[in-house]
Design a protein around this ligand. Structure first.
Ligand SMILES: NC(=O)c1ccc[n+]([C@@H]2O[C@H](COP(=O)([O-])OP(=O)(O)OC[C@H]3O[C@@H](n4cnc5c(N)ncnc54)[C@H](OP(=O)(O)O)[C@@H]3O)[C@@H](O)[C@H]2O)c1
Length: 263
């Protein structure tokens, strides 16, 4: 079956890189984007060699409000349509809200929320017109409760979950599928970038990025609006749905304090 072309954001590392590997093996041609151009170049060459698919790397900073439109224009000029958008780029930051770099907090919203929304808005009309393809938005188990000491990150992921769920329903019956992938702790560069350092607590039960991507893709293919990869994450989310919100936010506070990342 002809798979078409997938655009993967945040493809230079972690879950995005795992999606790139998986989708190339599944026969998708790929457009990969992130800021680190050299990583994109090396990955693109390796995927083409291993899987015989067409892969292009387009470096872009999605914290720049003009980034998504620029990316879209570049694709448009090349006559490139997108069948699957994996809206994966994102990052977090741990610490007391007022002590964190406020510019970086705003950039977190720019990347995790604004760029993801803008890219969906730019790609959906073409998908709907062709009545095929869709979007995988990467949220997190963090989407299901408030997150003291990662306040903006958790809030950004709550947005992604709500937005994706609504889009998924709007697209039902159109041939376009929108899924929200909600990973729990996954072995990537995320924790280092977020400022956790080398914290053993977070390594407990970490999932492999390749497994997260596989479950996300399979969930999207089977038309699921929300995909929770792994039993542990399903249990955690079930817990946060049945427990009162004051309990879950205090539990997150306790875990963050225990982790040693917050002083
Ligand atoms: N790891 C986890 O435990 C976990 C759990 C739940 C959800 N998630 C979510 O999974 C997604 C992928 O994260 P990951 O775990 O794979 O982390 P990662 O290894 O740090 O990868 C993050 C990716 O996002 C890209 N990115 C960051 N800022 C960007 C910007 N301004 N413009 C363009 N690209 C940018 C990075 O590329 P460049 O640095 O090259 O730009 C990188 O490719 C994120 O949305 C994250 O919130 C992760």
């Amino acid at each position: 079956m002809e798979r078409g072309t997938a655009l993967v954001t945040g493809a230079s590392a972690g879950i995005g890189e795992a999606f790139a590997n998986l989708l190339a093996a599944e026969g998708f041609d790929l457009i990969l984007t992130a800021r680190r151009a050299e990583r994109l170049r090396v990955l693109s060459a390796s995927l083409t060699e291993r899987h015989g698919v067409k892969v292009s790397g387009i470096p872009a900073d999605l914290a720049d409000p003009a980034g998504p439109q620029r990316l879209y224009d570049e694709l448009n000029e090349a006559g490139q349509t997108i069948d699957l958008l994996v809206n994966n780029a994102g990052f977090g930051g741990v610490g007391r809200f007022e002590a964190l770099d406020q510019v970086r907090q705003r950039e977190m919203i720019d990347v995790n929320v604004s760029a993801l929304t803008r890219l969906a808005g730019l790609m959906l009309p073409g998908m709907k017109a062709r009545a095929r393809g869709g979007i995988i938005n990467v949220a997190s188990t963090a989407a299901f409760q408030a997150g003291p000491f990662m306040a903006v990150y958790y809030a950004s992921k709550a947005y992604v979950l709500s937005f994706s769920e609504a889009l998924s329903e709007e697209c039902r019956g159109t041939g376009v599928t929108v899924s929200c992938l909600c990973p729990g702790v996954t072995a990537t560069e995320f924790f280092e970038t977020a400022g956790f350092g080398d914290l053993p607590l977070y390594r407990l039960g970490m999932m492999d990025a390749a497994r997260v991507a596989r479950l996300g893709y399979d969930g999207w293919r089977s038309g699921r609006a929300i995909v929770l990869p792994g039993l542990r994450n399903q249990v955690l989310v079930w817990g946060s749905r049945v427990l009162p919100r004051p309990v879950t936010r205090r539990a997150i506070r306790f875990l963050q304090e225990k982790s040693g990342a917050v002083t």
